[in-house]
Design a protein around this ligand. Sequence first.
Ligand code: FMN
Length: 167
Amino acid sequence: MKSIAIIYGSSTEHTKNAAEKIAARLTDYNPSLSDIYNGDEEPFLSNEVLILGVSTWGVQDLQDDWNDFFPKLEKLDLSGKTVALFGMGDASIYPSSFVDAMGILYEIVSRKGATIIGQVSPDGYDFEYSRALVDGRFVGLPLDDDTEPELTDERIAAWVEILKPHL
Ligand SMILES: Cc1cc2nc3c(=O)[nH]c(=O)nc-3n(C[C@H](O)[C@H](O)[C@H](O)COP(=O)(O)O)c2cc1C
């Protein structure tokens, strides 16, 4: 069993709530749970698996707390780390940039050498464009607590099962 850190950035607690739900489904694995707002690099260094959550607030940008952490992230060597991503967005009001920040985070952690797990089919999502869509698959789990909150729990449950063989 590998050591797991769940790390999220969240402005209005939607991503935070999702992170807590993911943690609750992984209690057997004893993951740590932390808010990137704290600026703490330690969970990145001391865990083999990183489950990273980010919400999208506009095109091109990471969520504010991830943005503040960016200089530290840039200095981390993530080679040998396994990374799973989840992204909170709103496909109804922002269909042309749905969960873009998850795509931005993917680009950074891939460049830093991480192995990405937990890609998700876009089937069942109604959007026009997403930077998080790579080779026809989402790079992680998109969630939309604004438009379809009733789907969040089942999406998380299915996704966690995809992750488990890697943990
Ligand atoms: C000003 C503003 C801009 C947003 N831009 C996007 C966007 O480009 N793409 C998207 O998918 N969601 C966008 N959203 C929706 C948020 O990502 C969504 O409300 C999310 O649940 C917030 O999560 P958080 O509370 O964890 O920060 C935006 C919301 C606001 C208020």
